[in-house]
Design a protein around this ligand. Structure first.
Ligand code: PEP
Ligand code: MN
Length: 361
């Protein structure tokens, strides 16, 4: 860290902290709002970095598109007053330049930018030779490669401190969430890049206050490295994302109510008990694989009959019957309809593939 300034070293150490807590308004609105939010966030004693959107990529024109560069000195002042490092979203080379000029400590790439390789490349090019941590939000669509590509472009520019933000994925129509979490995608990303911090953004996943706590808890249960949560001194009157913001004091309560879990403990007793259960799981997985393999052999036999009698592989009635039966039985033994449907679908597809081979051999 020899060539880093004192402030850069401080931020660098902070980014390795777990859980890392980032909070602040969706958008910087006024000088007063930025300063008051910063003071109240600092007073919680629980926030590591203050965030605020300066340029807001809005889905449709006519909404508040961010205060722009004039908000950066407000952020800088808030940092000076409270000691909280500051983070903003950047989407163009000019925004990177302005943010760095006003001492922004951490940059993030928004979900609407991660989807666009031209934009990410422009940001990456503007970061050559610069030392600043960059967090990359998942793209709005559930595409892991695009998320990885965004990270690779920034990494190739020489940025060493990278982090990922899981903010959920958009879908058509109204759902419980504003952006479906699709946890498996974040988990897969964590599996592929174990060294890169994964921060959860419950605010943009939920889109509303009442389920923030449970989503944040779920992220911590899944061993995420931190949370980025929007906060505002007057949430209901926020100029953007009003429904999902909370006051710094509510944030504090929320963070106090979270059960922070660790990935591991040193206790030998715990490890012995866990090892036993894990062996059971392995044993059961082996049995499941054996049963599935037997099931496929039976499906192949059916395939032979269908072939000899010139019958189609897919018989919709039979498939409906299998599914209904499985959902009904699954329900009785505590397996959700959603799981059974996905599971049976995968099993059925594998059967079809096996039968396909037989029919065309
Ligand atoms: C934001 O953080 O305010 C924001 C615009 O988020 P996202 O890019 O996840 O939509
Ligand atoms: Mn927002």
């Amino acid at each position: 860290m020899g060539d880093l300034t004192e402030q850069q070293q401080k931020v660098s150490i902070l980014l390795k902290k777990s859980p890392l807590i980032i909070s602040g308004p969706c958008s910087a609105e006024t000088e007063e709002q930025v300063m008051q939010t910063a003071i109240r966030l600092a007073a919680t004693g629980k926030v590591d970095i203050m965030r605020a959107g300066i340029w807001k990529p809005r889905t449709r024109p006519g909404s508040f598109e961010g205060i722009g560069t004039k908000g950066l000195p407000w952020m800088q002042q808030a940092k000076k007053e409270t000691g909280l490092p500051i983070a903003v979203e950047v989407a163009t080379a000019k925004q990177v330049e302005d943010a760095l000029h006003f001492g922004v400590d951490v940059l993030w790439v928004g979900a609407r930018t991660t989807v666009n390789p031209f934009s990410v490349q422009e940001i990456a090019d503007s970061l050559k030779g610069v030392k600043v941590p960059v967090l990359i939000k998942n793209p709005i669509n559930p595409d892991l490669e695009l998320w990885i590509g965004g990270m690779e472009r920034i990494a190739k520019a020489g940025i060493e401190e990278l982090g990922l933000i899981h903010r959920g994925f958009s879908s058509y129509g109204n759902t419980e969430y504003r952006n479906a979490p699709m946890w498996h995608l974040a988990i897969e990303m964590k599996r592929r890049y174990p060294g890169i911090p994964m921060i959860n953004d419950p605010s943009h996943i939920c889109g509303r206050r009442d389920i923030l706590q449970e989503v944040a808890q779920q992220a911590i249960d899944l061993d995420f490295d931190g949370l980025i949560i929007e906060s505002h001194i007057d949430p209901d009157n926020a100029w953007s994302d009003a429904k999902q913001q909370i006051t710094p004091e509510v944030l504090k309560e929320m963070l106090e109510a979270i059960r922070w879990r660790k990935e591991d403990v040193a206790s030998a007793e715990y490890h012995a008990a866990l090892e036993k259960l894990r062996q059971q799981i392995n044993q059961l997985d082996d049995e499941l694989l054996q049963v599935l393999s037997t099931r496929m052999k039976v499906a192949e036999k059916i395939g032979e009959y269908k072939k000899n009698n010139d019958i189609t592989i897919l018989q919709t009635n039979r498939w409906n019957e299998i599914l209904e039966r499985a959902v009904g039985k699954g329900n009785k033994v505590g397996l959700s309809e959603d799981f059974i449907t996905k599971y049976m679908d995968a099993v059925h597809m594998e059967s079809i593939n096996h039968q396909n081979k037989i029919m065309n051999s």
